[in-house]
Design a protein around this ligand. Structure first.
Ligand SMILES: Nc1ncnc2c1ncn2[C@@H]1O[C@H](COP(=O)(O)OP(=O)(O)OP(=O)(O)O)[C@@H](O)[C@H]1O
Ligand SMILES: [Mg+2]
Length: 230
């Protein structure tokens, strides 16, 4: 992989020769992934359905472990002994492909959950929630249950939840996947605005080439490896 021109910037994500398969090796998905993410950059992760985008994001976020290879977040090596979840509560936000919000809880309750896990002071958490809700146009929906929200509102809620603890890295898995074109563009613009303003590093899996061009760098996955246009 050719390092981008900004290679003097700080490395915040690093995957080295990462392999991952499912069903005892019957489904080989990642076959030697090398990836470097730099502080503050925005990266689109593209590739056909089933090529392993979600798998890679889960590994980068410490939600699953590789069969082989090394992953480091902010220069800290992830492994089963380093309690990745504790580390990741503070350093990495995750927007899931199916947003994974709790439908019976309100927008506010969903967003506060990660702040309870991270031990953030309640007043600080509420101030952050109001700030994010304001920026994403959700202030009037704070008390609404997720099941009453539209698709776009749910995706924006998932964004807010992922950013509550002010992570330096955001991993977003098809954050606009289930939305119509106009809503998708609106949610993506918001996402980009939030991460750029706060200097957050973004890695976003997407099928949408239009959205990918809005990111600073695009990488392609196929045959279990990453190919980066020169
Ligand atoms: N828990 C699992 N058990 C078995 N196979 C899995 C599991 N998770 C993913 N796979 C398989 O691994 C491959 C990669 O899946 P993954 O979800 O990473 O692809 P993707 O690129 O995110 O696809 P999409 O664009 O459709 O979201 C697929 O063939 C999928 O069926
Ligand atoms: Mg996926």
């Amino acid at each position: 992989m050719t390092p981008p021109a900004n290679s003097t910037r700080r490395v915040v994500l690093r995957a080295e020769d990462v392999w991952k398969s499912y069903d005892q090796g019957a489904i080989a998905v990642l076959r030697g992934i090398d990836f470097t993410g730099y502080e503050g950059e925005t990266v689109a992760l593209c590739g056909p359905s089933g090529c392993g985008k979600s798998t890679l994001l889960h590994l980068l976020g410490g939600l699953d472990e590789p069969d082989r290879g090394r992953i480091a977040v902010n220069r800290k090596q992830l492994n089963r002994y380093s309690s990745p979840l504790r580390l990741l509560r503070h350093e990495v936000g995750f927007v899931f492909q199916l947003h994974n919000l709790l439908p019976d809880l309100t927008l506010e309750e969903n967003c506060l959950i990660p702040t309870v896990a991270s031990g953030l002071d309640r007043k600080v958490a509420m101030a952050r929630l109001h700030e994010l809700a304001d920026r994403t146009g959700l202030s009037h929906r704070l008390g609404s249950k997720i099941q009453k929200l539209s698709g776009g509102e749910r995706q924006r809620t998932a964004l807010c939840r992922a950013l509550m603890n002010k992570p330096r890295i955001l991993l977003a898995d098809e954050p606009t996947g289930s939305l119509d074109e106009a809503t998708s563009a609106m949610v993506f613009d918001l996402l980009l605005d939030l991460v750029v303003k706060e200097g957050v590093t973004l890695v976003m899996a997407t099928h949408d080439r239009g959205l990918a061009t809005g990111c600073g760098r695009t990488i392609e996955m196929h045959n279990g490896r990453i190919h980066e246009p020169l």
